[in-house]
Design a protein around this ligand. Structure first.
Ligand SMILES: [Mg+2]
Length: 328
C-alpha cells in the first residue's frame, strides 16, 4: 500500500501502527484502551509532549527523524526523573500532504527507537486536520515507589551538574538556518544530528536515583531550566561559564567567549540532564556517570536566595538577554 496518497484511518492503524504495538497491554490496538500494570513496588511516571509542524520541526525534515525526536523528547523527561520507559501513546493530526509513503518512514523511525529503548506503542489516535501536522506522544515509565527525582530537592550548598555538552541542539538549529557555512561537513552534521535526534540520558538518570537532590532535562536552555529548579526549590543557583561543557563542534561555530557560552546556555534542545547533589555525594555522582557511560561536569553551586546567574572567570555576572528558548 505504498503510495503518494493516504489510506483511511483503520488501514493506517493496521498497516503502520499495529506492528509497533508489541506489548500485551496494547491489545493489538484492537480495543478502545490499553492496559498497564506496574511491577510490584513500582509507580508509573507519565509525560506528554507534542511537536507541531512549523514550530518544532519543518515539513521538509525527514519523517524518520521527526518520529524519533517526538519520542525522545518524552523519554528525556522520564530519564531526568530516574524512570525506566515502558511504552507510549501516540496521537497524530494529519494534514492532506501526509501520504502513506511518509507514514511508512515515520513508523520506521518509531520502530528503530522502540528497539533501542525497549519500549512499545500502547495506543493512540489518528485524525485528519486542516492545520499543521501535529504529533503528540505520551510516554509511560516506571520507577521504584518514592524514588522519583523531583525539581524541588535542591538545597543551599549543593553542587550543580550537567551531563554531556551544552548548546549543540541550538547550534544544530543555527546551522540549519544558515550559520557556520565555513565549518567542515562532519562538524555541521554532528550539530544537526544533536538537534534532530537527541539522546535521552536514561542510564544516567536511573544511576542518579538516590544521588541527585533535584533534576530535569534541558529543553529550554541550561539557564532557564536551572531557573525552574531554583524556583521550585526556593534557592539561588550560580553557574560558572568557564565550566559549562561545550563540544568541539559548538566551539568551532560560536567560539569560547562569554557571549558564546551565554548563547549555548540559553539555546534549547540539549536534552541533557541538569541536576544538583549535596557535596557529600560528589563521588557518587561521578560513579553514576561512569556506570552510565555519560560524561558529567560540575558547573556551579546552589546558594540561598532566588534565580540563576552565569558568572565569568572574575565572578562577575554575565548579562543574559533571554534565559531560554520557548516554544509557546
Ligand atoms: Mg523537561
Amino acid at each position: 500500500m505504498s503510495s503518494e496518497k493516504r489510506s483511511g484511518e483503520f488501514e493506517v492503524i493496521a498497516h503502520f501502527f499495529a506492528p509497533l504495538a508489541k506489548h500485551p497491554g496494547a491489545l493489538g490496538l484492537k480495543d478502545d484502551v490499553a492496559l498497564l500494570r506496574p511491577k510490584p513496588g513500582y509507580e508509573l511516571v507519565l509525560k506528554t509532549d507534542g511537536l507541531v509542524e512549523g514550530v518544532h520541526f519543518r515539513k521538509e525534515d525527514p519523517a524518520h527523524t521527526i518520529a524519533r525526536k517526538a519520542l525522545r523528547v518524552n523519554l528525556s523527561d522520564l530519564a531526568a526523573k530516574g524512570a525506566q520507559p515502558v511504552g507510549y501513546l501516540l496521537t497524530l493530526a494529519l494534514p492532506e500532504w501526509v501520504t502513506d509513503d511518509w507514514l511508512a518512514v515515520f513508523a520506521r523511525g518509531l520502530a528503530d527507537d522502540q528497539g533501542i529503548f525497549d519500549i512499545a506503542l500502547l495506543g493512540g489516535d489518528t485524525d485528519r486536520t486542516p492545520g499543521p501536522l501535529t504529533i503528540s506522544i505520551t510516554a509511560i515509565g516506571e520507577i521504584a515507589e518514592g524514588k522519583i527525582i523531583r525539581r524541588t530537592g535542591a538545597r543551599a550548598g549543593d553542587l550543580v551538574f550537567v551531563s554531556g555538552t551544552i548548546g549543540d541542539g541550538g547550534a544544530g538549529l543555527a546551522v540549519l538556518k544558515g550559520e557556520g557555512a565555513n565549518l567542515s561537513a562532519p562538524l555541521r552534521d554532528a550539530l544537526i544530528a544533536r538537534y534532530q535526534i537527541p539522546e535521552p540520558r536514561l542510564k544516567l538518570g536511573q544511576a542518579l536515583v538516590g544521588v541527585a537532590s533535584a533534576a530535569l532535562d534541558v529543553s529550554d536552555g541550561v539557564i532557564a531550566d536551572f531557573g525552574h529548579i531554583a524556583e521550585t526549590s526556593n534557592v539561588h543557583i550560580t553557574i560558572d561559564a568557564m565550566r559549562v561543557p561545550l563540544s568541539d563542534a559548538c566551539r568551532a561555530l560560536w567560539g569560547t567567549s562569554n557571549e558564546a557560552v551565554a548563547r549555548a546556555a540559553t539555546s534549547g534542545d540539549d536534552y541533557e540532564i541538569a541536576f544538583t547533589a549535596p557535596p557529600a555525594k560528589r563521588d557518587a555522582v561521578m560513579a553514576a556517570a561512569q556506570r552510565a557511560g555519560t560524561p558529567v561536569t560540575e558547573i556551579g553551586r546552589v546558594e540561598e536566595g532566588e534565580g540563576v546567574i552565569l558568572i565569568d572567570a572574575a565572578r562577575m555576572e554575565i548579562p543574559i538577554k533571554r534565559a531560554g528558548f520557548t516554544h509557546f
